[in-house]
Design a protein. Sequence first.
Lengths: 338, 338
Amino acid sequence: MANITIKRLAQELNLSIGTVSKALRDSHEISIETKRKVRELAAKLNYVPNPYASSLRKRKSKTIAVVIPEVADSFFSLAINGIEAVAQEKGYHVLIYLTHESFEREKGMLGDFKSGRVDGVLLSVSAETAENDHIYALRENGIPVVLFDRVREGVETAKVVTNDFESGYIAAKHLIDMGCANIAYFSISKSLLITNKRMEGYKKALEECGIVCEESDIIFCANDEAENFEIIKTVMSSSSRPDAIIASVEKLTTTVYLVCNELNIVIPRDVKVISFSNLVAASILNPSLTTITQPAFEMGKTAASLLCKALEKRSFVLHDESIILPSALNARNSTANL
Amino acid sequence: MANITIKRLAQELNLSIGTVSKALRDSHEISIETKRKVRELAAKLNYVPNPYASSLRKRKSKTIAVVIPEVADSFFSLAINGIEAVAQEKGYHVLIYLTHESFEREKGMLGDFKSGRVDGVLLSVSAETAENDHIYALRENGIPVVLFDRVREGVETAKVVTNDFESGYIAAKHLIDMGCANIAYFSISKSLLITNKRMEGYKKALEECGIVCEESDIIFCANDEAENFEIIKTVMSSSSRPDAIIASVEKLTTTVYLVCNELNIVIPRDVKVISFSNLVAASILNPSLTTITQPAFEMGKTAASLLCKALEKRSFVLHDESIILPSALNARNSTANL
């Protein structure tokens, strides 16, 4: 159920919002009879007065929330820099909220924003998020939301994304060009649109080249490093070991390298590795890492610009649109054909 | 000048806070004469009523702010995880604020907290911060502060640190043991206590071994990657090129490696490198990186536990104390004696 607001009470009673507000504050301007009606309905609908929100409406918080799964991923630390560049220029505070890939936490955070703690929200959903209601609820409370990178289909707002399908295609095509025929795709979620789109691109490239994609070629990793180590170790120890890996998120890369080191599997001789990653250190890894590099800073900047525009101009509405900023392949030694 | 609070007005007028508050709200309970007095003083002292703060006092925000220079550094992303582990258990929201090494931004953020936006603050100061007034001002507003990692001397509160002096000593001693005699120390600030303490430890180790530390052995880097590349390139191109480098913060490491690659300087043969770093990828760099590894997660956890205790127990006061959690040397190939 949506939060009961003063607006709702006013609608139900056919009174102005100001009258309801005054009645609730026991103003002498309001008749005893009206006060009684307002209080009865408020009690009936379980209306909770929120001084925090009401004072905020008078005094805008000038704050935007950035809700993301983690900060250890360099995509997000760069995107934050882009967001802050815009926010600082426009005079907004930026608060960073981490969901740690938990849908419950994400839902709790967005629920909390309804009180007026923030003016607007930039959201990149968790790996667990498989519904949109919590995002709708926020928008219904008049708080604009712009999605970026990890977006959800069906949410009618602006979304800033990269060309995930094409990038997955390019990654797989690059590995095929380097002579690989048994390419594994490592995902972290069955519901995340970006990893699914990358996977579709990868499948398309395989199909075009006449390579059959087996179900066992798609590996779903967890949200825990130690667990992922075991998952990847099992894959790399099997008799049908892949000759190439696409890591759909950055954090899987280090684990892939560590597993290969432990099993004496040499990258790129025995297995080639490509990762979706913005790691500055990619070029100094052993071997240097081939990446699909997202325009992280630009994506943050674009998302923040749209949100600020929606906050400042009443006439500007966030349409249901996708702004696509393309990624780039950076071929390095981890996919070299020796 | 400190913010004018209702408390201050009450003290000056020898009235209760409740009376002043009611007078300012034009309550019928207060005499016209008292209202006049209160308003005159409020006008004289430029008192600005703050509905946001007053509503918050009734309804605690259950929020703690984490003010840190950046999130790209793995120390901070791990420390945040430690902080959030405690906060979640205790039912607090965690907001992350990034200063990007700017004292002005840090000051602005702490000033903003005085309005009651957060209940308490965990602070790791910027590389520019060279005074304590902004921290005092927050505490005077009744908002507890716990410092961690990048602490300031003289601030009378709990500080969670690592053994920076000893770690600097151990780093330099390790390089001397590996046969180095011309060890450069790369810092990012003249005012940061942690990098200065690490430097003092480094100097002590040199002195003990009869190595003279020249002023030119201490290199101050900037807050800009491109600029640091040039600074480090100049050092590594000079005729008196060091045979070892201590990077006092993680972000300098990648730049050091990239400069060496460009100049065809081979680590560890031509120069040995040790970095203060929590990088998970340290062991998969080329060559693997020797690190002084801080107990980042534990430091975050300890700082958050102290702050939560101060927020929940009126009897618990944050004393002026330093809780020291020791770091560890992880020797890898970047300092190997070939």
